[in-house]
Design a protein around this ligand. Structure first.
Ligand code: ADP
Ligand code: MG
Length: 383
């Protein structure tokens, strides 16, 4: 039996156009031009899916979605929000009302149809991943430290670029830190709102296709999934299920997914670490940090990560003499450091002000060789 779709829009041209596009695909179409009409039809007709305009004069899309979700009769109806791109950011919170997907106007018929089909398919349990050829799961690698400011993000992005160059395979680098996203700022790439849009969805609705829409491409060819740098967005840090879903689904989009987890074993990081095949623990050569790093290492092993999959990276940010030596760090840890990074404050500074990662600024420097060596190791271990 053909699925029933209710299209809701106060703009009659859009209503007619969207209705026609979907009708052409064999769906049964119902139409409503305001919120109240939409609610009435949803209750009486029980459509499978609603394409819902956000901005409407009487009851807007967010309110309609809330009311649908609050009513046991209509709570399972799939909702695809439809909105002008410019309204997207400010309406993000509204999506928490429970949209399963969203689309921005103006829309291409192909895009509309693909989304509607994907959302319906998810409901019927037929996975769309294989059709998109995303059937293979990539290799997840976490970068983490015991405390902030030790060079995790810098190492994650530089290693991602090196890994992409070496392997010629697709790499996603993602900062898993909403509200504290720094990779976008470092690279001078704006629009770090991708994550927020995903948080507006139901975790079960997060698909590789939806994550793919939020990826940005760095000039190096590495794909980025950027967290917002707005402190207020740190509210999403408690959305463990969202993070878990993004972590799992993103791996269908690339051969390698690098997670910048920042500092400490937060509830989110616990979940993500368990999904990662390799972990790079970034350590700074300062007594206190080394102690904390050892504790973090032990906790990760307790969590079930095998010691062989945890790579210890010692990042020097200051000249020797102002911090512990490699030997001292290893003695204190009781563990071998796998990779050492030389202090390069000038290069780090230039990289920041020019929005160009260190290894691209100085392609034949010492730090670049050290980053490439880490990338080689990760690549070998992934085979
Ligand atoms: N090898 C290095 N030498 C000198 N400074 C570095 C080096 N690596 C990173 N930095 C600098 O250290 C600071 C913290 O790095 P960042 O990657 O943001 O740390 P985290 O992600 O752990 O908070 C940044 O200013 C960065 O430019
Ligand atoms: Mg960071």
């Amino acid at each position: 039996m053909a699925e029933k779709i209710l299209v809701v829009d106060d703009d009659l041209d859009t209503l007619r156009l969207v209705g026609m596009m979907l009708e052409g695909q064999g769906y049964v179409i119902l139409a409503a031009s305001n919120g109240q009409q939409a609610l009435n039809l949803a209750r009486s007709e029980r459509p499978d899916l609603i394409v819902l305009d956000l901005m409407m004069p009487d009851i807007d899309g967010v309110q309609v979605a809330r009311q649908l979700r609050a009513d046991p009769q209509t709570q399972d109806i799939l909702i695809v929000m439809f909105t002008a791109k410019t309204q997207m950011e400010e309406k993000l919170e509204g999506f928490e009302a429970g949209a399963d997907d969203y689309l921005t106007k103006p829309i291409q018929p192909k895009e509309l149809i693909a989304h509607v089909k994907a959302v319906l398919r998810r409901k019927t349990g037929v996975h769309s991943i294989s059709e998109l050829n995303y059937s293979e799961e990539g290799h997840r690698i976490a970068f983490i430290s015991a405390k902030g400011g030790v060079g995790v993000s810098t190492l994650a992005i530089n290693t991602g670029i090196a890994l992409h160059g070496l392997s010629k395979k697709s790499v996603i680098v993602t900062d898993f830190r909403p509200g504290c996203g720094s990779i976008g700022l470092e690279l001078g790439m704006t629009n770090a709102q991708g994550f927020n849009r995903l948080f507006a969805l139901n975790p079960a609705a997060i698909s590789p296709q939806m994550i793919e829409k939020e990826l940005m491409t760095h000039p190096s060819g590495v794909k980025l999934l950027l967290s917002s740098p707005q402190p207020g967005d740190a509210r999403y840090l408690n959305s463990v299920d969202h993070f878990h879903a993004i972590c799992r689904q993103a791996a269908y989009l690339a051969h390698f997914v690098i997670f910048d987890l920042g500092a400490s074993l937060t509830p989110v990081n616990r979940k993500v670490l368990k999904e990662c095949r390799q972990v790079v623990l970034v350590i700074e050569p300062i007594g206190q940090t080394v102690t904390q790093s050892k504790d973090l290492y032990d906790l990760m092993v307790e969590l079930g990560l095998s010691a062989g999959n945890i790579i210890l990276a010692l990042v020097n940010r200051q000249r020797a003499g102002m911090q512990l030596s490699l030997g001292q760090v290893q003695d204190q840890l009781g563990l071998k450091i796998g990779h050492v990074f030389t202090a390069a404050p000038e290069l780090a500074y230039q990289a920041q002000v020019s929005n160009t990662p260190m290894i691209l600024r100085q392609t034949d420097g010492v730090v670049t060789q050290q980053v490439v060596s880490l990338a080689q190791r990760l690549l070998q271990n992934s085979r």
